[in-house]
Design a binder for this molecule. Structure first.
Ligand SMILES: [Zn+2]
Length: 483
C-alpha cells in the first residue's frame, strides 16, 4: 500500500520555506502544545508533556548522581525579599506579575509570582545554616516560573514555563565555582548524550549575566535556521546573595563567615531546541532517549482474512518486545496506513514497524527509520537486538548530523562587514576575536543584531584581533542572532 494520504503533511509549511511557520505547524500539528485563553501562556499537551517527563527523569538522575536532592518552595515571594539583592530585583522587575489581593482584601505587602526563586530560597538558607557542618546545601526544585513576556513563542518564550532551578550554598568561593562548572558539565553531557544537541560550553559576557551573578555560564546550541539557543545556564553568585540575605556560618576556625551560592536551570525551551535542531519537512524527529514513543507498529491489511493474520502476528511482536521499548500499536481503523505513516512521522517517532501479510508469511517485520527513512525487513527472532541497535544508531546519527550542521554553519570572521555578509546569507555562529570592551560588544549588537552568545571555556593560544576595533583580542567568542 502506498502512502497516498499526504493531506496531513500538507498542513506543515516546508522548513526551508519559512522556518518560523514550520516550527509552529509542527508544535501544533504534533500536538505538543497549544495556545491558552491566558495571553502568553501555553498548554503543554500530553505528547509534549511526555517529552518533558523523560527529560526530567534523565536530568534528575544526573543531578542526584552529584549529591543534589529535590525540595519545593512557595510560588509567591514577598516584595521585600525580592528587593534584598539590588541587581536581582532590577533585572527582573519589568517581568514580575504581582498578587495584590487575597480574596477581597488588599494585601499589606505585594507578593511576586516567582520569576525565579533565589530570594525565597536564600531566605530559608539563612535560617537553616549555623555552622560549617550544615554545608554544603545542594537543593533542586522542579516547578514553573512566571515572567511577563509580551512577545511569546511556543516553548521558546512564554509568560509561564516549566523548568528546574538548583540552588546550592557552600563554605568557600572555590567550592561554589567548582559546583557551577560541575552543573554546566551536567547540562553539556545531558544535552549532547540524551537530546543529541551539540553545545558550546562557556561564559556569558558581563552584560549578559544573570542579575546578581558574579559569573554566568551557558551551553549554547545552533538551531536549524542558524540562530542560537541558550539551552541552560549555571550561575556563580560568589557571596552576593549571602551578603544580601545575611547567610553566615560559623567556620572551623571559630569565625563567622558569609556563604557562597550558585544557581542553575534548564527549561522546557529545550523542547523547542529538539524541534529546531532535529526536525525536517515531515515534522519532528525525537531523539530515542526522550521519545515518548520509541517504536510504533502500523498494521497493513486489505482483506478480513489478512487482518486476522496480521493481528495475530502483532500479538507475537508484542510478546517478543515485552517492555524493552516505549511501544505504541496503532490499531485505529478509521485511518489508512499511509495516513498513519505521515502522522507518526510528524510526531517524530524514531522507528516504525510495518506489518503486512507478506511479513506474516516471513515471520518478520519491515523496520523504517524516521531519521533517514532506511527500510529493512527484520526477522522476528532478531527484532529486539535490531531495535536496540537502531535506536542507539539514530541517537548517535542525530547528534552527528547536528554537529556537522553546526560546524558547516560556523564562520571565522575578521570584520563586522564580513560578519554581516555571513549572517544575512549563510546564517550561523560567527567565531571571532573580542577585545573585551562593552563598547565593541554593544556596537556589534547594534550593527548586526547578533550578540556574543558564549565565551568558550576552550580558548586558542592567540585570539587574534577584535572584530570591531581591530585591537588585540582578549578572547575568541561566538556571536549569533539568537532566540
Ligand atoms: Zn574591540
Amino acid at each position: 500500500m502506498s502512502s497516498t494520504s499526504s493531506e496531513y503533511v500538507q498542513k506543515i509549511t516546508k522548513r526551508s520555506e519559512d522556518f518560523a511557520a514550520w516550527y509552529n505547524d509542527v508544535v501544533l500539528g504534533a500536538q505538543l502544545a497549544d495556545y491558552s485563553p491566558v495571553r502568553g501562556m501555553m498548554v503543554y499537551r500530553p505528547y509534549g508533556y511526555a517529552i518533558w517527563e523523560n527529560i526530567q527523569k534523565l536530568l534528575d538522575a544526573r543531578f542526584k548522581a552529584t549529591g543534589v536532592v529535590n525540595a519545593y518552595f512557595p510560588l509567591l515571594i514577598p516584595e521585600s525579599l525580592l528587593r534584598k539583592e539590588a541587581e536581582h530585583v532590577e533585572g527582573f522587575n519589568p517581568q514580575v506579575a504581582w498578587v495584590t489581593h487575597g480574596g477581597n482584601e488588599e494585601l499589606e505587602e505585594r507578593l511576586a509570582v516567582r520569576p525565579t526563586s533565589e530570594a525565597i530560597i536564600m531566605q530559608m538558607y539563612s535560617k537553616w545554616v549555623q555552622s560549617y557542618r550544615d554545608l554544603p546545601i545542594l537543593i533542586n526544585q522542579w516547578n514553573s516560573v512566571v515572567r511577563w513576556e509580551l512577545h511569546t513563542r511556543l516553548f521558546l518564550r512564554t509568560a509561564e514555563f516549566l523548568w528546574q532551578e538548583g540552588h546550592t550554598l557552600h563554605a568557600s568561593a572555590e567550592e561554589a565555582t567548582e559546583r557551577t562548572l560541575l552543573m554546566l558539565e551536567v547540562y553539556r553531557s545531558f544535552l549532547e548524550e540524551d537530546l543529541a544537541i551539540p553545545v558550546i560550553p562557556g561564559r556569558k559576557t558581563p552584560s549578559e549575566r544573570f542579575p546578581g551573578a558574579a559569573e554566568t555560564y551557558t551551553v549554547e546550541a545552533l538551531m536549524g535556521d542558524g540562530r542560537a539557543l541558550q539551552s541552560a545556564t549555571s550561575h556563580d553568585f560568589a557571596d552576593h546573595f549571602a551578603k544580601a540575605f545575611d547567610i553566615t556560618f560559623l567556620d572551623k576556625d571559630g569565625e563567622r563567615k558569609y556563604g557562597y551560592t550558585t544557581s542553575w536551570g534548564l527549561s522546557t525551551r529545550t523542547i523547542g531546541g529538539i524541534i529546531m535542531v532535529h526536525g525536517d519537512d515531515s515534522g519532528l524527529i525525537i531523539p530515542p532517549k526522550v521519545a515518548p514513543i520509541q517504536v510504533v507498529v502500523v498494521p497493513i491489511w486489505r482483506s478480513e482474512e489478512d487482518k486476522q493474520k496480521v493481528l495475530e502476528h502483532i500479538d507475537r511482536i508484542k510478546e517478543v518486545l515485552g517492555d524493552s521499548f516505549r511501544l505504541h500499536i496503532d490499531l485505529s481503523e478509521e485511518k489508512t496506513p499511509g495516513w498513519k505513516f505521515n502522522e507518526w512521522e510528524l510526531k517524530g517517532v524514531p522507528v516504525r514497524l510495518e506489518v503486512g501479510p507478506r511479513d506474516v508469511a516471513n515471520s518478520a517485520v519491515v523496520l523504517v527509520r524516521r531519521d533517514n527513512r532506511d527500510k529493512s525487513q527484520v526477522p522476528l527472532n532478531d527484532l529486539v537486538v535490531r531495535l536496540q541497535q537502531t535506536l542507539a544508531d539514530i541517537q548517535q546519527s542525530l547528534f552527528d548530523r547536528a554537529k556537522q550542521f553546526r560546524d558547516e554553519h560556523t564562520f571565522e570572521c575578521e570584520s563586522v562587514a564580513q560578519m554581516l555578509e555571513v549572517l544575512d546569507n549563510k546564517r550561523g555562529f560567527i567565531y571571532a576575536g573580542w577585545c573585551g570592551s562593552d563598547e565593541c560588544e554593544a556596537a556589534v549588537k547594534e550593527e548586526t543584531r547578533a550578540t556574543i552568545r558564549v565565551v568558550p571555556l576552550a580558548q586558542p593560544e592567540d585570539p587574534g584581533t577584535c572584530i570591531r576595533c581591530g585591537n588585540k583580542a582578549q578572547v575568541k567568542v561566538y556571536f549569533a542572532r539568537a532566540y
